[in-house]
Write a protein that binds this ligand. Structure first.
Ligand SMILES: N=C(N)NCCCCNCCCN
Ligand SMILES: [Mn+2]
Ligand SMILES: [Mn+2]
Length: 287
């Protein structure tokens, strides 16, 4: 099928399915219009796809070959440069279009700025939003823009979606107060462990949308993300949480956002690509 706003970009190296028949449908959002520190998130989707060339499609620990799974890649959204809201509208419309054609599909966004998660959440209407992030993203507005990536968790909370936030080590007093007043639980990266994750996520209503802002990882794993922060999570900590969610909750959407870089082979994209393969492998046979 043709999508109104997508164009083709680099594909994954193994055979892919048509979006109508796929279980997992990849969609790139090469938007970096509101990043305040390091530019390059517009290259995130392309860098992640390229980084997959370095990886085996066979996942050792799952005995799953993701090359055998029904995966589609519908390319990248044509962004409205500098306008996160209008770009997120295109994400929403594209995800809606996909769900009409294939209601069972699980969209996987590759970003690109976290601001674009809002479009996917608007389309998929999950009951809960589980997010790994260095930042609370609960600002009402940032740099005079309510659709700045620093506001995305706030916009999603305003939709009435329950939230749980993990890996935090950056926020303002106002954001902490907002979280308290609205009963949004969050776990500091220093305090994070698997038990804390399960305790907070278990009671959340389904379906669940899982968002990984790549800056949740320690910056040694993601040096080219737009707003890197020291003191983050390790790779297996996030994989283990993801596995628990896939096995225990009904997931309607997944994303890996804030990947950036200026050069093929960037460490940040290698981290993101490996995480993507683990999500696909964990979801095989379950999702
Ligand atoms: N969600 C995000 N990525 N937020 C980033 C906010 C940037 C905060 N800069 C603070 C600079 C203070 N001088
Ligand atoms: Mn972040
Ligand atoms: Mn974020």
């Amino acid at each position: 099928m043709d999508f109104l706003y997508t164009y083709e970009t680099l594909k994954l190296e193994f055979p892919l399915s048509e979006p109508e028949n796929a279980k997992f449908v990849i969609l790139g959002v090469p938007f970096d219009g509101t990043t305040s520190f390091k530019p390059g998130a517009r290259f995130g989707p392309t860098l992640i796809r390229h980084a997959t060339l370095n990886l085996e499609s066979y996942i050792l620990d799952y005995d799953v070959d993701i090359a055998e799974l029904p995966i589609a890649d519908i390319g990248d959204i044509a962004v409205v440069a500098g306008d996160p809201r209008r770009t997120a509208d295109r994400v929403r419309e594209t995800v809606e279009e996909l769900k009409r054609a294939n209601p069972g599909a699980i969209p996987i966004l590759l970003g690109g700025e976290h601001s674009q998660t809002l479009g996917a959440v608007e389309a998929l209407k999950p009951a809960s939003y589980v997010v790994f992030d260095a930042h609370l993203d609960l600002r009402d507005s940032y740099e005079e823009n309510p659709y700045n990536h620093a506001c995305v968790a706030r916009r999603i909370a305003e939709l009435g979606v329950g939230e749980a936030i993990f890996g935090i080590r950056s926020g303002t007093r106002e954001e902490v107060t907002y979280a308290e007043e609205h009963g949004i639980p969050w776990v500091h990266a220093r305090d994070y462990d698997f038990d804390a994750f399960v305790e907070l996520v278990k009671p959340l209503p389904e379906p669940v949308y899982l968002s990984i802002d790549i800056d949740a990882f320690d910056l040694s794993l993601v040096p080219s993300t737009g707003t890197p922060e020291a003191g983050g999570l390790g790779f297996w900590e996030v994989v283990e949480a993801m596995e628990w969610l896939v096995e225990n909750k009904r997931l309607v959407g997944f994303d890996i956002m804030e990947v950036g870089g200026g050069e093929l082979g960037d460490i940040t994209a290698l981290t993101a690509a490996k995480l993507l393969f683990y999500f696909l492998g964990a979801g095989a046979g379950i999702l």
